[in-house]
Design a protein around this ligand. Structure first.
Ligand SMILES: Cc1cc2nc3c(=O)[nH]c(=O)nc-3n(C[C@H](O)[C@H](O)[C@H](O)COP(=O)(O)OP(=O)(O)OC[C@H]3O[C@@H](n4cnc5c(N)ncnc54)[C@H](O)[C@@H]3O)c2cc1C
Ligand code: FES
Ligand code: FES
Length: 485
């Protein structure tokens, strides 16, 4: 790009006191363009790499999907798909950004095995979505084993195609699963290089990224302004102003990453993502249905970006993770030099009004590990199963002893201006009988449902009438007692 180049998507040097550096395919990038500029705008309008497409700019279509590689604790690299339209440059600091140009084999008309599988199975027509599918499926091929077709299809749950039809794309995924069966002792990256899924330069990437780790951690200390996690709410809500907004980027801060089992408690750092939750052995050990529940949250690329703190602070009345954590009776730690801790249920004061000052970072979420006999359930009703926000959602933790409920925490979203902890309903359940096969005609359930109705105040909107939401809230509550694993 010529010096002084100005594009409508970001002015060089404006509001960026630090350089952003990352590896774009095989090219080291050091740029003083605004760190709030999206990766999509950088690659398309500053690098003129137009393979990555711009569709919705809202994280919904997947046409802009890129892979972001990050060093893992073993010195290797983990690649995750992200929607570049919502990803600020700051969030790829010190990482490997892979666009379709970085995986195309050299030579006119040459295709990688992923591209070939899509072509051979007639998985593309107009081609607008195809790059996103290619990138997402390349990311699937870089994941550690096992590699099942279910996982391959899950890898493209954030990619929408409006003209081909998904059956042919599904057939292409089957070819890739067959190819990955040949993988033996090699790392996923080594295998992918050998098969031509990615080029040979991927082998040197971990060493290149290691050199950039320390400065990335320093950047937060200097920053002031709007806190940004994954950007999946902010870049949808305020897209036009984000590029130049004074910002404090938290996504890349090692101190805000990680999920820990401290013995009695689980601690989740604020910038842990939904994918981090899904992959956490600590959470998997406690919640057998973790996968089923969290797969209802957005799509793979958004889960790779969406942070837990972002979900809580966004304060949407239907935030899925908020409702999930309310039912765990979680507490949060806020910090602005000094730290304070409060129950999550006391965080919400009114619609989008929080018990939080503008300079407080949500650093940690903590909840007591459920022990003994317990069950935890999350339910969500939305207009479509994936990539949709809830009409009503609900979660419940029930602990039992000798056939009686000894502890209960029930939450629900979409039925009040804030995500609700159902204090009276939860209290009512304590001491009530609990059996694996409950009789929903039992008057206890009718009484509990009546108490629940007294705690909610839904309004009619595009997602449903108030009457419908009341019905949903009741049915989801009852589902906590009848759900099958
Ligand atoms: C396509 C799409 C689908 C989605 N589907 C769902 C869904 O199914 N369920 C659901 O619940 N949500 C969904 N969302 C919403 C969003 O992904 C989540 O709310 C996400 O968790 C927000 O996290 P973030 O890090 O991206 O937030 P950001 O956009 O970075 O920030 C959101 C808010 O949190 C603040 N913030 C961020 N981190 C901190 C911190 N550590 N301390 C203090 N303040 C902070 C920001 O200042 C901002 O006010 C979807 C979004 C998109 C684009
Ligand atoms: S352009 Fe549609 S998800 Fe990014
Ligand atoms: S091939 Fe046209 S949108 Fe998918």
């Amino acid at each position: 790009m010529p010096p002084g180049f100005i594009s409508p998507y970001g002015v060089r040097g404006l509001n960026s006191s630090t350089m952003t550096y990352f590896l774009l395919n095989n090219e080291p990038i050091h740029t003083d363009l605004p760190s709030g500029m999206t990766v999509l705008d950088f690659v398309r309008y500053h690098k003129m790499m137009t393979g990555t497409k711009c569709g919705c700019r809202e994280g919904d279509c997947g046409a802009c999907t890129v892979l972001i590689g990050e060093l893992d604790s073993k010195g290797g690299i983990t690649y995750r798909s992200m929607t570049s339209c919502l990803t600020p440059l700051a969030n790829v600091q010190g990482r490997h950004v892979v666009t379709v140009e970085g995986i195309n084999p050299p030579g006119k008309g040459a295709l990688s095995p992923v591209q070939k599988a899509l072509v051979d199975e007639s998985g593309t027509q107009c081609g607008f979505c195809t790059v996103g599918f290619v990138v997402s499926l390349t990311g699937f091929c870089l994941k550690p084993a096992p590699s099942t077709q279910e996982q391959a299809i899950a890898a493209i749950d954030g990619n929408i195609c409006r003209c081909t039809g998904y059956k042919s794309i599904e057939r292409a995924t089957l070819r890739l699963v067959d190819l990955l069966k040949e993988r033996q002792e090699e790392t996923p990256v080594d295998f992918a290089i050998r098969q031509g899924i990615v080029p040979a330069n991927f082998a040197a990437v971990p060493a290149q990224l290691k050199a950039w780790q320390q400065p990335a951690a320093d950047a937060e200390k200097k920053a002031t302004g709007l806190m940004i996690g994954g950007g999946t709410d902010l870049y949808v809500q305020r897209h036009d102003t984000m590029v130049h907004a004074p910002a404090r980027h938290l996504f890349n801060q090692p101190r805000l990453r990680g999920i820990y089992d401290t013995g009695d408690f689980i601690e989740i750092s604020g910038a842990a993502t939904v994918s981090d939750l899904l992959e956490s052995p600590h959470l998997q050990a406690i919640f057998p249905d973790l996968h089923k529940h969290l797969k209802l949250v957005s799509s793979t690329p958004i889960r790779n970006m969406a942070t837990i703190a972002g979900n809580l602070v966004n304060a949407s009345p239907i935030g899925d993770l908020t409702v999930w954590l309310l039912a765990l009776d979680a507490r949060i730690v806020l910090a602005n030099g000094q730290k304070r801790e409060l129950p999550l249920r006391d965080f919400y004061l009114g619609y989008k009004s929080l018990n939080k000052t503008a300079d407080e970072v949500l650093e940690l979420i903590r909840f007591r590990k459920p022990e003994g006999e317990y069950q935890f359930n999350f339910e969500k009703v939305s207009k479509r199963t994936h990539l949709d926000i809830a009409t009503v959602n609900s979660a419940a933790l029930l602990r039992m002893q000798n056939g009686l409920i000894t502890e209960a925490h029930v939450s629900t979203g979409g039925v009040a201006p804030i995500p609700l902890y159902l204090k009276k309903t939860s209290a009512f359940l304590i001491g009530k009988p609990f059996s694996g096969k409950p009789d929903l005609n039992d008057p206890v359930f009718a009484e509990a449902a009546d108490i629940l109705q007294s705690e909610i105040s839904p309004i009619s909107d595009v997602r449903g009438s108030a009457t419908y939401k009341r019905l949903l809230a009741k049915q989801l509550f009852l589902a906590h007692f009848t759900h099958q694993r």
